[in-house]
Each structure stands twice: as structure tokens, then as C-alpha cells.
Write a protein that binds this ligand. Structure first.
Ligand code: FUC
Length: 820
């Protein structure tokens, strides 16, 4: 009996110790945040906060997704149409600089280059006499979406928890201590854009504010923010614009924020009523219930994917030290945590009914953020959503779908006014008002392809989920995008291909040109190939529009092929202007490799090799998002070690206290550093890690296509593949051991895997041959590339794989054992 009790006691102690040491999926730090990129983000898709965790002066910086400068607005330049022919003529005559000047004068928006995502303000909590705290600790628990700060003062342990509840639409701050009557502080709001701050009573603070006027558009977004301060024990008193809490046992603060925003053209909501409504329904609930509902709602999404790469002693250190040491010490758990952080950020910044994640997701501490913290749709916004479907967060994709629907409305007028064309068009930037004209100068802004790229997300959503009703609902958007190019494309003089002009290869200028303006940039051709191919497929599936798709097919047939230039590279432009010293962060001409599936090791080996050459010239280290993109590229090139090298480059600590730090990497709070903070790098890398473990775009589900040598053992569960499949993989000694496939839609499941496999429960399995009968996996057939005579191509040596077909039924799971 005595032994039994001892055993129980030591087990209890052990559990306690391991619980404390279990830092898995927790960002933690032994000191408060000083800089914004050290603070910890929480969010519910509409509301967001950055928590600094300062025991003396706590700052909780607040955002609301619809609080943007300006108001409903457009930025089409009406001079465009009359200048268009001249610009095109100048481009075909090789006078790129004059084309550029004309474009700046007539196509670029006259005044409005987009609104700014703005800051609601801060909730400040001031604690007198807290200066000598000890035992400080703060964390962000990714698995529960809660930021916690603890410290000791005079032997009393204080704790603060902050989370953003999606079900209750409030940000919750919970303060407690392990002795009663010890909590005293003053709570107040402040904001650069405030109109008023006052204490309505001893428990309620209210702040109102108005967004900025920007580029001639009057600020029209109004917010109402309220904090309900609920103390148990002690007392509360209203000061003029603050609340004083004295000797409380525990305090819960509920923060509600609402704006007058309804949609991109309507600002008629009553922000005060909305704000009160959220608050009054939340305050009826017990804290424990709000907390429980928050965790359940968050974990419904988060728990769908688990990822384990093993751990190492390096994982015991604070997160910023781990990032600092990453390239020197083996810390696989930092990679799995960074991966899950990307999923965490998407759940927190993009929820159905809200705005899509912008350049900073939904976290912004400045009223003049870099690039206005808006939507750059020549790569960055798309990158934000690369993980959505494959990482089992399809609901988080919804706000982007809505934005594309909106743009297909606003972009109609742009098509008509600027180019005299039908259909819809969007250029390289947009904002909450869904502007679709040319933002910034021609070298970056004159890119009429943003809408065409974005609309690929609709087709991808269909491929993963198989929802024909959804496809039917978005088909008009795809068709209308095609209609724009049907009118807008022109024949180029040399090969008689149909090309986009004027355009740019995003933000890159051919060396010696001093103007980026061109016709027929490779990325444009690749995007159009996808747009027309997939719209035709959608029309066929929906049994619609035979006549229109015959027209679309004719256009498709006349698009330029990809070209391989003299360096053996994928050519970026229609002419072979690529330079071996060009290390531009954009690698637009490899859109065909990723996110698209036009370049494949199996069906287009020459382009596959040329892509590798392009990337070698482009180099690895770059801005954060560029490195994120390259993880995906190297995964698609089936080179796990190189992809892993890019992850290591991306996990380079960017210390915000050191000025002049210009390289991309990762801030102490795990936010991606462009620099400055830009969230696309986080999302891009999460997508890239998925691509290393599972690919779905090349006719089969490819298991562990790009596993680095270092990732010998691990497991991942719940990834999604085309055709409604969910895939979990366990591997050891760098080889798949067990694969579990859940079929949500039924149909043939074709898998590509390095080792031979058997079905665990004796299900049907056969060697695959011919086309995959499952149409979700239908591959594309691109034209043969044109290859420069000077190009030297390298052989493509692929590791041998096996291809199998498994017939599946909807709702069933299939366990596959891999032979050694
Ligand atoms: C594009 C990129 C920049 C930056 C900006 C927001 O213009 O070229 O690097 O990411 O978007």
C-alpha cells in the first residue's frame, strides 16, 4: 500500500513536471515585449490584439478587420482607353521607356492608390508598485489560442490570460492572483484616431473613433469600442476616462469593438448598437463558459492537422533564442511549431463573413503601415491562402472567395472604363473598398492579372472539396474573367500569339530596360493558361456554355508556350532577357511550377530542369515571402534538402532592436520579416512544408515527395488532397510506414509512394496505369516549350516510385502499410 501511495505521488509529481516542461506548440519568453514584433497575436477573424505582457504597464493593442481609412471609392483612370493603343504600339516597337511614361500618365490611378488598414487603439492596464516582479513568463499557446503572462510579486503569483473569442465576438482579458484581494490597477483606452474616451460607469469604458482621410477620400469608418471590467471582490470606481480597480480577487475584461462597415459599398451599420450587442450577450456568460466555447471553436479547426518531427534539447529554450540558434542546433520542433503557427494565424485572421487576411493578416500597430497593410494581389494575398485548403482550413478561405466576388463586380467598370472590354479585371493591389485600377507607377502597378490569379483559388477550392454547387456559384466569376481577356488580348507581331499588353512580370525590370512594361510576360501566359483551361473544365462539368467555351479554347490554343532561354532557364519574358545576376524576390515565371501544375517532373522534364536553373540563378536568401515561395518551389522540384535550407534561411532571427537589419527572416514573435512584418511569409512556408510531405497536383497523391534527410522520423495527420481525400502519414528511417486515407467523396485514389505498399485490412489495391479515372486529378497538357539553341539542359534523375490505385467509398478510411 505504502509503495502504491508513493507511486501515485511520484506519478502526480511527474505529470506536473512534464506539464510545465511541455513547451510544445507554445511560444514563450522570459521577458515582456518591448517592440511590437515581440508582442503575441490573438484574433478571431474580426477582432485582433497584440499582447505585450508587461507587469507594470500592460498594453493590449487592438484591431478590427473593417477599420480602414477612407470610404467607398474607385481609382480607374479614365484616360486609359485613349492611350492604350499608343502604349501597345510603343511596346511592340521596343520603346519601353516611352510606353512607361505614357502608362504612368494615363493608366496609373490619378490620386487613389488604396486605403490603409488602421489601428483601433490600446487597452492599457497600469499597475502601481509592480516594478520588482520576479519569475516572469509569457507564452502563446497555439493549441488553445490563449496568451498567458505570469509573474510573482511579494510571493504572490499573478496571471493574465488574453484570447479573442470567435463564438462571443469579444476579446477577453482575465486577471487573477493566487491570493485574494491583491489585484489593483487602472484601465484605460487610448487611440491616435479617437474622438472620445470616457468611463460610462464604474465598470464600462467607451472609446469612439473615426478613420483617416487618405488620398482625397474622407475617412468614414466609425468605431465604437467598449471594455466591460468585471471584478470579483474589491471595488471599482469610474475616473473621468479610466476605471480604477482596487483589491479585487479576479477581474475579467470583455472588449467589444464594432464599426459602421456593412460591405465595400455600404457604411450604414450602427456601430454603437453592434458593439453593445456583442458585449451584452458576452457578459451574460460565465468566464469559464466563454473560455470553454472559445477553445472548442478554435480547436474545431486547429486540431484537424497534427505534425510531429520529434524534438531535441534545443526546444527547451525561449522561442527567440531558438530562432537565433536554429541554423546551428538541431531543433525540429521549431519547424513543426512554425508550421502550426501559420495555421494558427490563418484561423485567427480569416473567418467566414470577415475580411481576408491582408499583408499583416489582421495585426497592425501603425496608422501608416507599410504598403498600407492592404492586399497586394500579384503574389502576397494569394500566398496568404496557399495553406487554406491543403492544411485543412477550407472555411478560412471563405473571406477570400467573397473578396473575389466583390472584385468581379468592381472590376467590371474598370474593364469597361480603362480598356473598353467586357468582363472584369483587377490589377496588382486592392483594398477593403475593392479598388481595381492601377495602384502605384507602371513598373509595379500596370499588371492586369490580379483578378485572373485570384480566381484560380475558386477552382482550387472546388478540386479539394468537390462541391459542385460551390463551383456553380463561382463559375460566372471565372467566365467573366475570361471574357475580359477575350477582348483585351492582342496578337503580337512575331509569332502571332495572343498576349497581354501592357503588363509587367511582377515588379521586375529586364536589365537595361529601365521600364518593366512588356507584352506577353511568361507569368501572364501561365495564368491565362490556367484561367481558360479551368473555366472550360468548369463549364463542361456544369454542362454549360458550349459556344463560349469553343471561343475560349481558340484563345487557349493561341497563347504563347513556355520558353527555355540561353541559360537553360525558364524565360521570364517573351524575349530572352533573363540575366544570371538577377536576384529579384519575385520568381513570377515559375508560377507554372507552383502554385500551378504546368511544370512537372513526369510530363515536362525539360521545363522542370529549367525551373531548377532559374531558381539557382535567383538565389535563396531574399525577403521573407520570397523564401516562403521558394520552399514550395523546391518541394515541387522534389528536393527536400533544398526546401529545408530555405526554411532555415527563413528561420533567421531578425532582431527588431537592431536597426539596419535588411534581410528577411523571422521576428522574435515568429512573425515573418519581409522586413517589415508581412504575414505572407508565414503562410507561404506553412504551405511549403505541406508540399514537402504531400503533393496532389500531378495526377496522384504523392506521399513524402520532398522529405529532407534530417526529417528521418515523423508524422502528419489530416492533410487534404484533391478529390476530397484526407491523408495522414507516419514515417521512419526516411520512409513512409503507414498511410491512412479518408475518402470523403469516394472515387479512385491514386497514390505515388517510394516503397511498395499493402492494404492493412486486405482492401483492393492495384498497380496504376493510364490516366487517373478520378477527374479531380486530371492533369494539364501544356504546349511543348520553345528551347534556345544555346541552352544546355541537365538530365532529370528522379527517385523511383510506385503508383497504385485504390478504389474508395465516400466516408470510409483506408489504412496502408508500407513495406521496408
Ligand atoms: C510586392 C512585393 C514587395 C512587398 C509588397 C507588399 O510589391 O514586391 O516585396 O511584398 O508587395
Amino acid at each position: 500500500m505504502k509503495n502504491f501511495i508513493l507511486c501515485i505521488i511520484s506519478l502526480a509529481l511527474f505529470i506536473n513536471v512534464t506539464a510545465q516542461e511541455n513547451t510544445q506548440l507554445k511560444l514563450w519568453y522570459p521577458k515582456p515585449a518591448k517592440q511590437w514584433v515581440e508582442a503575441l497575436p490573438v484574433g478571431n477573424g474580426r477582432l485582433a490584439a497584440m499582447v505585450f505582457g508587461d507587469p507594470v504597464k500592460e498594453k493590449i493593442q487592438l484591431n478590427e478587420g473593417t477599420f480602414w481609412s477612407g470610404g467607398p471609392s474607385r481609382n480607374d483612370n479614365p484616360n486609359a482607353l485613349k492611350a492604350l493603343d499608343s502604349i501597345r504600339y510603343l511596346i511592340f516597337s521596343g520603346d519601353y521607356r516611352r510606353a512607361n511614361t505614357l502608362s504612368n500618365q494615363n493608366l496609373t490611378a490619378k490620386q487613389l492608390h488604396g486605403s490603409k488598414f488602421q489601428v483601433v487603439g490600446n487597452l492599457n492596464l497600469e499597475f502601481a508598485g509592480n516594478e520588482n516582479y520576479t519569475d516572469y513568463y509569457r507564452e502563446l499557446d497555439l493549441a488553445r489560442a490563449i496568451s498567458t503572462t505570469t509573474y510573482k510579486l511579494n510571493d504572490i503569483t499573478f496571471k493574465r490570460e488574453v484570447f479573442a473569442s470567435q463564438p462571443d465576438q469579444v476579446i477577453v482579458v482575465r486577471l487573477s492572483a493566487n491570493k485574494p484581494g491583491k489585484l489593483s490597477f487602472i484601465a484605460g483606452f487610448d487611440s491616435e484616431l479617437q474622438k472620445s474616451v470616457k468611463a460610462l460607469d464604474a465598470h464600462t469604458l467607451e472609446m469612439t473613433g473615426l478613420s483617416s482621410t487618405h488620398e482625397g477620400v474622407t475617412g468614414q469608418v466609425k468605431f465604437d469600442a467598449r471594455a466591460k471590467v468585471i471584478n470579483s471582490g474589491g471595488s471599482a470606481e469610474a475616473l473621468a476616462d479610466k476605471i480604477n480597480i482596487i483589491n479585487a480577487n479576479e477581474v475579467t475584461i470583455l472588449i467589444s469593438i464594432a464599426t459602421n462597415f456593412v460591405d465595400y459599398k455600404t457604411l450604414t451599420a450602427n456601430e454603437v448598437e453592434k458593439c453593445i450587442k456583442y458585449l451584452s450577450s458576452a457578459e451574460k456568460k460565465a468566464y469559464s463558459k466563454i473560455l470553454k466555447d472559445h477553445i472548442v471553436a478554435f480547436q474545431k479547426y486547429f486540431n484537424r492537422v497534427t505534425f510531429d518531427l520529434g524534438t531535441s534539447p534545443a526546444a527547451q529554450k525561449p522561442t527567440d533564442e531558438r530562432i537565433l540558434n536554429f541554423s546551428k542546433s538541431f531543433d525540429p520542433e521549431l519547424i513543426s511549431m512554425y508550421y502550426q503557427f501559420g495555421r494558427y494565424l490563418l484561423i485567427c485572421s480569416s473567418q467566414p463573413g470577415g475580411q481576408p487576411a491582408n499583408l499583416q493578416g489582421i495585426w497592425n500597430g501603425s496608422n501608416n503601415p507599410a504598403w498600407d497593410s492592404k492586399y497586394t494581389i500579384n503574389i502576397n494575398t494569394e500566398m496568404n491562402y496557399w495553406p487554406a485548403e491543403k492544411c485543412n482550413l477550407p472555411e478560412m478561405h471563405e473571406p477570400l472567395m467573397q473578396m473575389i466576388r466583390d472584385l468581379s463586380e468592381t472590376g467590371r467598370e474598370t474593364a469597361k472604363v480603362m480598356y473598353g472590354a467586357n468582363g472584369w479585371v483587377a490589377h496588382h493591389n486592392t483594398d477593403i473598398w475593392r479598388i481595381t485600377g492601377v495602384v502605384d507607377m507602371a513598373n509595379s502597378g500596370q499588371w492586369p492579372m490580379g483578378g485572373a490569379w485570384l480566381s484560380q483559388h475558386m477552382w482550387e477550392k472546388y478540386l479539394y472539396g468537390g462541391d459542385l454547387k460551390f463551383l456553380e456559384s463561382v463559375y460566372p466569376v471565372l467566365k467573366s474573367a475570361c471574357e475580359f481577356y477575350k477582348d483585351f488580348l492582342i496578337e503580337e507581331p512575331t509569332h502571332k500569339w495572343l498576349v497581354v499588353s501592357p503588363s509587367v512580370s511582377p515588379e521586375n525590370t529586364p536589365q537595361g530596360h529601365r521600364s518593366a512594361l512588356v507584352a506577353g510576360a511568361t507569368m501572364d501566359n501561365q495564368i491565362l493558361f490556367d484561367l481558360f483551361t479551368k473555366t472550360i473544365r468548369a463549364a463542361k462539368l456544369l454542362k454549360k456554355d458550349n459556344i463560349e467555351i469553343a471561343d475560349f479554347q481558340k484563345i487557349l490554343d493561341r497563347l504563347p508556350p513556355m520558353q527555355i532561354g540561353k541559360l537553360g532557364q525558364v524565360q521570364e519574358w517573351m524575349d530572352d532577357w533573363d540575366s544570371p545576376t538577377d536576384q529579384n524576390r519575385h520568381v513570377s515565371h515559375l508560377y507554372g511550377l507552383f502554385p500551378s501544375n504546368q511544370i512537372s517532373p513526369y510530363s515536362t522534364p525539360q521545363l522542370f530542369d529549367a525551373s531548377r536553373t532559374t531558381l539557382k540563378y535567383r538565389g535563396d536568401v531574399s525577403t521573407g515571402w520570397s523564401m516562403g515561395w521558394k520552399v514550395n518551389f523546391w518541394a515541387r522540384l522534389l528536393d527536400g534538402n533544398h526546401a529545408n535550407k530555405l526554411i532555415t534561411d527563413q528561420l533567421t532571427l531578425v532582431d527588431p532592436s537592431k536597426s539596419g537589419n535588411r534581410g528577411g527572416g523571422t521576428y522574435p514573435n515568429f512573425f515573418d520579416a519581409h522586413p517589415p512584418f508581412q504575414i505572407d511569409g508565414n503562410f507561404g512556408c506553412t504551405s511549403g512544408i505541406t508540399e514537402m510531405l504531400l503533393q496532389t497536383q500531378d495526377g496522384a497523391i504523392h506521399i513524402l515527395p520532398a522529405l529532407p534527410d534530417d526529417w528521418k522520423k515523423g508524422s502528419i495527420t489530416g492533410l487534404r488532397a484533391y478529390g476530397g481525400f484526407e491523408v495522414s502519414i507516419t514515417w521512419e528511417n526516411s520512409q513512409a510506414q503507414k498511410i491512412v486515407i479518408k475518402s470523403n467523396l469516394g472515387g479512385n485514389c491514386r497514390i505515388r509512394v517510394a516503397n511498395e505498399i499493402v492494404m492493412a485490412n486486405g482492401g483492393e489495391l492495384k498497380q496504376a496505369s493510364g490516366e487517373n479515372s478520378n477527374l479531380f486529378f486530371a492533369t494539364v497538357k501544356v504546349k511543348e516549350p520553345l528551347i534556345s539553341q544555346e541552352a544546355k539542359l541537365n538530365p532529370v534523375n528522379l527517385k523511383p516510385t510506385h503508383l497504385y490505385d485504390i478504389p474508395t467509398q465516400a466516408g470510409k478510411s483506408y489504412t496502408i502499410i508500407c513495406k521496408k
